[in-house]
Write a protein that binds this ligand. Structure first.
Ligand code: ZN
Ligand code: ZN
Length: 681
């Protein structure tokens, strides 16, 4: 009998070690998928290695039920990636390792999987560099692109920041870097922030690499598709893997290149379970497998930018837009002294309205950005001051006029709009503020005859709706597009010559230190939507309606000067001791009563005082997050900060076991978890 250490999925807070010992009649190589008994259940597991023979088991070991022998084992570098990610984000190896495999694979037994593999392997193998059809012709490179590609070739393994504005040709650099990897018999992995962006990029890669097999990996695939795509990557039969954050864990035996497009995008950070950053893990994976990693962005995250400044990442710059398209001129429209009607500003100030009308007359398109969906953020009774709060959350319910509902954007609680004020019976309850629905309605009044469309999470809820709406914009069936940040990303609108941010100031006063960074990225990205066409570039404009035109962020935006913006932000971060000049972890606790969550965090804080590694970290007092109550659960959080990343890691590893022990003493605690490198605090 052989004793094996196997990674299985266990509840995060079950205080069991990371791996469990089982026995097996056959020797099973590490990386083999198995099914094993756990309690009364049969669960999937991954052989992680031989069990420690020196430790005599306290009781008879249970036997492996079945091994999925048809499947080649997961490689040692894949297991090292999981080991690293589990340790770094403070999760169990089995939980993380199994959660990143396709769900259908976890459910399969050896027979089912065998049949599927036979079907997949019947298809011809991926062509090699010698047998593949020639690449589709590539466009002539700009000097910047050629220099970037030469630098990448020289770099070999390592991480490069490809910094280039929208339209500067980053994708061409990805394509040619991938062509090199494929020519060397390797696979390329390309990560994008959103599923919506995969079809465009897939089409470009497919057109460039005819005959090569390209698969996508993201959560919108059917379970069977996801398994097939994963298997093709794992078997080395797919040359190109394109996907969202979960694809960073794709098993690729011939990996030769990793690209992270829009590396600054917050969607690369998983927001539940193991809260990993796919961007950061891509950098680690590149280092581990000695392959180049390209991080592409027009507005790099300040973490990445600082590493590039320090010379830890190679900095490659694409300065100009392709085809003489210039970045649009940015105009700041000061709203401080504009006329108001009963204290309220009009949706569009007169000069902006005139600019939209000018585009209409010329048959050009305008994009109006408003980062607030729904009709109005709150309904209000002027008589008794009632507001449409959510009974389950510390948030207002948003008024959606189209279906006359009040909807909570945090817990989803939805009710029909009351006919009268629920508190005093007043019939005259009115919307306060403005969302995309209302802006769309007001524009229809202001611009009679104009074709107005709206794209936000509400208008695109049905499958295929977003594609249909985008097509309408591309085909010129829309004159004015109203949208949230959804439309600012990646889409290439040829006829758009005006982009306007209606009310972006909120982010300047956010308690979240990353809010200005995100706003700057959003506005730069939105600006990139205008003037892609060289002929129109000259009259393309971005307008910002703001009460703070002198703010450093807007002043940098006017000059399209990311470096100046980054320098001012990094200076603030350095003085405040915030990332990238410190490392953070956020300890969260949830309970029906805030006092229970707070008591747990306080006890956790006291436990930290006796951990020797605690000397190198600072624990802040528990505080409620911006929206403390969601769906009837109160949330509290506590910030842990250290000047040194390794010191923070050592502290967390020593501290968390004490918290598992603490938990039973806190009745009513719904859950707690630690978020390493949190995006929002
Ligand atoms: Zn009332
Ligand atoms: Zn709610």
């Amino acid at each position: 009998m052989h004793r094996l250490a196997i990674a299985v999925e266990m509840p995060q807070h079950a205080a069991i070690g990371a791996l469990l010992d089982y026995e097996s009649e056959q020797t099973l190589p590490a990386g083999t998928l198995v099914r094993v008994p756990l309690g009364k259940r049969e669960v999937p597991g991954i052989v992680w290695g031989a069990a420690d023979e020196a430790v005599a088991p306290a009781h008879a070991l249970r036997a492996v039920i079945e091994a999925l022998e048809g499947l080649p084992p997961l490689s040692s570098s894949w297991r090292t990636l999981i080991d690293f990610a589990a340790a770094y984000y403070q999760r169990q190896v089995g939980e993380l390792g199994l959660s990143v495999l396709p769900p259908e694979l976890r459910r399969s037994d050896d027979r089912q999987l065998g049949r599927r593999l036979t079907r997949l392997l019947r298809e011809p193998p991926a062509p090699t560099a010698d047998t593949a059809p020639p690449l589709a012709a590539a466009p002539a490179l700009t000097d910047d692109q050629a220099a970037a590609l030469a630098a990448l070739q020289q770099m070999g393994a390592g991480t490069a920041l490809l910094h280039g504005v929208t339209g500067s040709g980053k994708t061409e650099v990805y394509l040619q870097a991938a062509a090199r990897a494929l020519a060397a018999g390797r696979q390329a992995l390309v990560l994008v922030p959103e599923i919506n962006l995969t079809p465009q990029l897939e089409a470009r890669f497919a057109a460039r690499f005819p005959g090569r097999r390209l698969v996508s990996l993201h959560s919108a695939l059917t379970p069977a598709q996801r398994l097939n795509h994963w298997l093709l990557a794992h078997l080395g039969r797919a040359d190109l893997v394109l996907g969202t954050r979960l694809a960073v864990f794709a098993s690729m035996p011939r990996l030769g290149l990793i690209v992270v497009d829009e590396e600054h995008d917050p969607s690369f950070k998983q927001q539940e379970g193991a809260r990993y950053s796919a961007r950061d893990l891509a950098v680690y994976r590149g280092h581990l497998e000695k392959v180049p990693v390209i991080l592409g962005s027009a507005t790099p995250s300040l973490e990445t930018w600082q590493r590039a400044l320090e010379g830890r990442y190679h900095r490659l710059t694409l300065a100009a837009r392709i085809g003489q398209g210039a970045m649009p001129r940015v105009r700041l429209l000061d709203t401080a002294n504009l006329p108001r009607t009963r204290g309220v500003l009009p949706a569009l100030a007169a000069p902006l309205l005139a600019a939209v009308q000018e585009r209409l007359a010329r048959g050009e398109q305008s994009l109006l950005l408003l980062n607030r969906r729904g009709y109005a953020p709150v309904l209000h009774c002027h008589h008794c001051q009632w507001k449409s709060g959510c009974p389950h959350c510390s948030a207002w319910r948003v008024f959606h006029k189209a279906d006359r509902t009040l909807r909570c954007h945090h817990c989803g609680f939805t009710e029909a709009v009351p006919r009268a004020c629920p508190d005093c019976g007043n019939l005259d309850i009115a919307p306060l503020g403005r969302g995309t629905e209302k802006l769309e309605e007001q524009l229809a009044e202001l611009l009679p005859g104009a074709r107005i469309a709206r794209i936000d999470a509400d208008s695109t809820r049905h499958q295929g709706a977003l594609e249909r709406q985008l097509t309408a914009v591309h085909e010129g069936e829309v004159d004015v597009l109203v949208g949230t940040q959804m439309v600012a990303k990646g889409h290439d609108f040829r006829r758009m010559t005006l982009v306007a941010a209606i009310n972006p100031d909120g982010a300047l006063y956010s308690s979240d230190f990353r809010a200005p960074e995100r706003l700057f990225a959003l506005l730069m990205q939105a600006a990139g939507r205008a003037g892609r066409d060289a002929q129109q570039a000259a009259r393309s404009e971005m307008w910002i309606q703001t009460a703070n035109p002198q703010h450093a962020l807007y002043q940098a935006l006017v000059k399209h000067d990311f470096e100046a913006f980054a320098a001012s932000q990094l200076d603030e971060r350095r003085r405040a001791g915030l990332p990238p000049f410190s490392s953070l972890a956020l300890m969260r606790a949830e309970a029906r009563e805030a006092a229970v969550a707070t008591a747990f965090l306080q006890a956790a804080s006291e436990a930290a005082a006796v951990v020797p590694e605690g000397a190198a970290v600072t624990l802040y007092p528990p505080v409620p997050p911006a929206v403390p109550r969601v769906a009837g659960i109160e949330r509290m959080q506590m910030l842990v900060e250290s000047a040194s990343r390794p010191a923070l890691q050592r502290f967390l590893a020593a501290w968390l076991p004490a918290l598992h022990a603490l938990r039973p003493r806190h009745k009513g605690l719904a859950r707690w978890a630690v978020d390493v490198d949190p995006l929002a605090i």
